[in-house]
Design a binder for this molecule. Structure first.
Ligand code: GLV
Ligand code: MN
Ligand code: MN
Length: 436
């Protein structure tokens, strides 16, 4: 019943190359921040490709785009795939985009093969998976899953004080934010194709990873306020240097993660803004953004508690005012057994070896898992490198992942009418476990 997908790998690669040209930084670095000119160019390009494939398009108020290949039973919940196409500063050309253009090529390969879906198959192009502009990752999929309610969305601003509300309207997404949340049972299942962003598949020479769970990410924003002054005249006993306090806190972040008792705990202070940032001025204000993740959310939260206590201790000892804001504290996601089964049998059909694995990076699937059963397909990337201009996935691996995706989508499109009994990975409303 399922014909062999008829892939056009060359076209897919050309499209990946073309998408990479929409960037604020010169090749090979890709920088594509949500609602920036390159992001808007990428949207126009991808929209055109979806239309050319005969898909019907709609957008929500956040700028999430949905391209639907209507099935013979359009009233049934659709099978979805997709990923993001925004890129962190000085990134490469494969993170997210492989799942966007691979998802489109998977659909086209089934069209070429004469396949007719029963459930509709929908490609989702998520808005802003990367936290670059608004400080929180998976903006589009959070909205779809109701993990960020419209009132919170309306409050978001970028570092220049421009609001999401303003920027989305300028980009042409004027629909009501109250309608972003997907209705219950909208999708039957969701599969995301992505580069691994880690070294395991390459090291173990396994061509496909099937993601069984996604580690739980969290992030904190710490603001510190000390006392500024002249670097020559404020004597050392008088100092209340906010950057020195930050330095202690940053080392604490590293130490707490290293001493968690598990290699699975990771913590990063990836952003440090210093005011006034001048060589001959004592730093008076610092803003830190800290990312903490673990497959075990309790252990992660223990590290977060230690970081918060560390901020309190350093701040008190150094006479620095501090504020800690928990930006997000997301639960992990578990893949759905039915979707995992579809991926495993697609690999079996294609004669491809696979490895079940956990994703340490987060993805839009983390939030789609609250909407419907999900799973992800990973392909190897060179040296495990990602979020760097030299990120690379081979044409063969991209084509293989796309082929497996196409087979899985075709099978899921004919899967039983009733989705699996299991509940999606996490509750809709997942309040922070603790907030100070
Ligand atoms: C996604 O880009 C992540 O930070 O895991
Ligand atoms: Mn990324
Ligand atoms: Mn990604």
């Amino acid at each position: 019943m399922i014909p062999k997908p008829s892939l056009d790998p060359e076209r897919l690669l050309q499209e990946l190359e073309q998408l990479a040209t929409y960037s604020d930084t010169p090749k090979p670095a890709v920088t594509r921040v949500v609602f920036s000119p390159p992001d808007l160019e990428a949207r126009a390009y991808l929209t055109r490709l979806c239309r050319e494939a005969g898909l019907s398009l709609r957008a929500d108020g956040l700028g999430n785009l949905f391209a639907r290949w209507e099935g013979t039973a359009p009233e049934l919940p659709a099978v979805a795939t997709g990923s993001h196409y925004d890129a962190v500063p000085y990134a490469g050309m494969y993170d997210g985009t492989v799942g966007v253009l691979g998802g489109l090529e998977a659909i086209r390969s089934l069209q070429r093969a004469g396949f007719q879906p029963k459930r509709s198959i929908e490609l989702i192009l998520f808005t802003a998976e990367e936290p670059t502009r608004f400080g929180i990752g998976c903006l589009g999929s959070r909205g779809l899953a109701g993990a960020l309610v419209p009132d919170s969305l309306r409050e978001l601003t970028d570092s220049e004080g421009r609001s999401l509300e303003e920027l989305r309207q300028i980009a042409g997404y004027t629909a009501d934010l109250d309608e972003v949340l997907l209705p219950e049972g909208f999708y039957h299942s969701f599969v995301e194709l992505h580069i691994e962003q880690g070294p395991t598949l390459e090291q173990e020479q396994v061509p496909i990873g099937i993601v069984t769970a996604i580690a739980a990410p969290a992030s904190l924003r710490v603001t510190l306020e000390g006392r500024g002054g002249h670097a020559g005249t404020v004597l050392m006993p008088e100092r209340r240097d906010a950057l020195c306090a930050a330095a202690e806190i940053i080392l604490g972040v590293e130490a707490f993660a290293k001493n968690s008792g598990s290699i699975n705990t990771v913590a990063t202070t990836g952003l440090c803004e210093v005011y006034p940032n001048a060589v001959n001025s004592v730093p008076s204000q610092v803003r830190l953004e800290i990312d903490v993740r673990d497959v075990d959310p309790q252990r992660r939260d223990g590290v977060i508690r230690s970081i918060i206590q560390g901020v309190e201790q350093v701040g008190t000892r150094r006479g620095i005012d501090y504020n800690v804001q928990i930006v997000n504290l997301d639960p992990p996601a578990k893949s759905g057994t039915e979707v995992l089964r579809a991926l495993a049998s697609a690999c079996g059909e294609a004669g491809v070896k696979f490895k079940p694995m956990v994703s340490r990076a987060y993805h839009d699937t983390l939030f789609m898992a609250r909407v419907c059963p999900t799973a992800m397909i990973f392909i190897p990337c060179r040296n495990g490198v990602s979020h760097r201009p030299d990120e690379y996935a081979s044409p063969e691996d991209i084509a293989r992942g796309t082929y497996i995706l196409a087979l899985a989508l075709a099978h899921l499109s004919y899967a039983e009418d009733k989705p699996s009994e299991e509940k999606p990975g996490a509750p809709k409303d997942s309040p922070p476990i603790f907030i100070d």
